[in-house]
Design a protein around this ligand. Structure first.
Ligand code: 5AD
Ligand code: SF4
Length: 459
């Protein structure tokens, strides 16, 4: 799934090392990569003897893991840092991590002088040393290694909070330089972990009782094993075949690297989830070219035809941008027709937002915001209708769901299908399934974004 910069994710690692005196608070914005980076940062901090707390007030050290993908994100970060200003007299220290840290660099010290540490994700390997400097009283510590590093951020001390489902990064950074996108500048060049180290981590998680693993990468299917032992599809097989693993997802796939063997793997191995997130961005080959996506509408549709031809019911989701510089009404119409052709199971639509350093920043942001908003609304309305019709077709079908939680008020159990669809269901009498377990449910009702069902005993 794509990011959601509006969402703050609170990751509280339990149990904290109770005796530790130094405390930290960490707040995360943005995509799953950021959320998972925070899990690794938390693990590193706990390892260094810090204790995690739930409020800024209680913390000696405040970390803010930022996202800069869209919408004047930098400004939001500075506004937030401004809120923190009142705490500076209490001797708290502040650290800005993530994409805004990498993008704005030392400018952050100028605008928010009470910040002592600014580090982008490509330098998290050096966090232990940076913490030593912080404790020594250094107030201008930077970790701004962007495209230099060949290293990935790996640690045995990842503080995962969900005991059933967990992320594993397999590739970091991006070398695609899409014209609108800030990621290649904030997350550095593409670098893959070895398949051996990914598998060792997955095995360890399976031993701990994890059943659901999500492989992460900005371009997950550009994975290139540095030792050349496994292709991406072979890695999927290897993780999916580990004893105890019941679900493997991977995100985000780039259409350019989306090869047939990925679908063949899903077809062959039931533990690989019936879901592909394949951002297309636009339905117009002309706009795709201007975006430097390096595929055409037709090439994308060909890959979609492989997915649709699968023996499995593979859900297809995408990201779309409206109002890219020069997008004409006819281009936009092509995006709408593409949506209908692909019958996406979910669409994440965004208004184009000019980003610093990107090639598109030099193009005129020619579409007024009201027009972008209008196009986005049309797109979302059309997609809602597509989903309404398609979700309705699921009524009567039986799905395996992983139990995620409970809605006491509605008397429902919240679950997720292999297709990544939310299925809320009523449990069998005397049989409330536990979180993390897998049960089957029959769909009895549908909404455009979720299904409602009842638990059944699979005979
Ligand atoms: N403006 C709007 N949307 C963007 N995305 C990335 N950069 C921008 C931008 N400058 C969207 C893309 C990407 C998703 C994560 O965010 O659709 O797939
Ligand atoms: Fe950004 Fe394009 Fe890289 Fe995706 S592939 S992270 S959109 S530059």
């Amino acid at each position: 799934m794509p990011d959601n910069p509006q969402n703050v994710t609170s990751i509280i690692a339990a149990p904290p090392s109770a005796g530790a005196k130094k405390t930290f608070y960490l707040e995360t914005f943005g995509c799953q990569m950021n959320v998972h980076d925070s899990e690794k940062v938390i693990g590193t901090l706990l390892r260094q003897g810090y204790r995690q707390v739930e409020t800024v007030e209680e913390a000696d050290l405040v970390f803010y893991n930022t996202c800069s993908i869209r919408d004047k994100a930098e400004q939001k970060v500075f506004n937030r840092l401004n809120d923190y200003k009142k705490f500076q007299k209490q001797g708290k220290k502040f650290a800005v991590l993530g994409c805004v840290a990498q993008q704005e660099g030392e400018k952050i010290f100028e605008k928010a002088p009470y910040v002592s540490l600014v580090a982008g994700s490509a330098s998290y390997n050096n966090l232990p040393q940076m913490l030593v400097q912080l404790e020594a009283g250094n107030t201008r510590i930077t970790g701004l290694d962007d495209r230099q590093t060949d290293l990935t951020f790996e640690t045995e001390f990842t503080a995962r909070t969900n005991p059933h489902r967990g992320y594993i990064t397999i590739i970091e950074g991006c070398d695609k330089f899409c014209a609108y996108c800030v990621v290649p500048y904030t997350r550095g060049k593409e670098r893959s972990r070895t398949s051996d180290s990914v598998l060792a981590e997955a095995r360890k998680m399976a031993d701990l009782g994890y059943t659901d693993i999500q492989l992460l990468g900005q371009n997950v299917n550009a994975f290139a094993d540095p030792l050349g032992k496994k292709t991406f599809a072979e890695l999927l097989y290897a993780v999916g075949e580990l004893p105890g693993i019941r679900r493997v997802r991977f995100t985000t796939s780039h259409p350019r690297h989306f090869s047939r063997d990925i679908i063949e793997a899903i077809d062959a191995l039931p533990t690989l989830c019936d879901h592909v997130h394949l951002p297309v961005q636009s339905g117009s080959s002309r706009v795709l070219n201007a975006m430097h996506r390096e595929y055409t509408r037709e090439m994308y549709l060909e890959k979609v035809s492989w997915i649709k031809a699968s023996k499995r019911q593979i859900a297809l989701t995408t990201d779309l941008i409206v109002g890219f510089p020069g997008e004409t009404p006819a281009d936009f119409e092509e995006t709408i027709t593409l949506m209908h052709e692909c019958q996406f199971d979910a669409v994440f639509g965004f208004k184009y937002s000019p980003r610093p350093n990107t090639p598109a920043i030099t193009m005129e942001d020619s579409i007024p915001d009201e027009e972008k908003a209008r196009r986005l609304q049309i797109l979302l309305d059309r997609q809602r209708e597509i989903q309404r019709v398609n979700y309705e077709k699921q009524v009567g079908k039986i799905f395996e769901v992983m139990v995620e939680g409970f809605n006491e008020a509605r008397g429902q159990v919240n679950g997720r299908t292999s297709q990544n669809v939310t299925l809320n269901f009523t449990a069998l009498p005397q049989h409330t399934p536990s979180i993390g377990s897998y049960v089957t449910a029959r769909v009895i009702k549908s909404f455009p974004n979720s299904l409602v069902g009842e638990m059944v005993v699979q005979g």
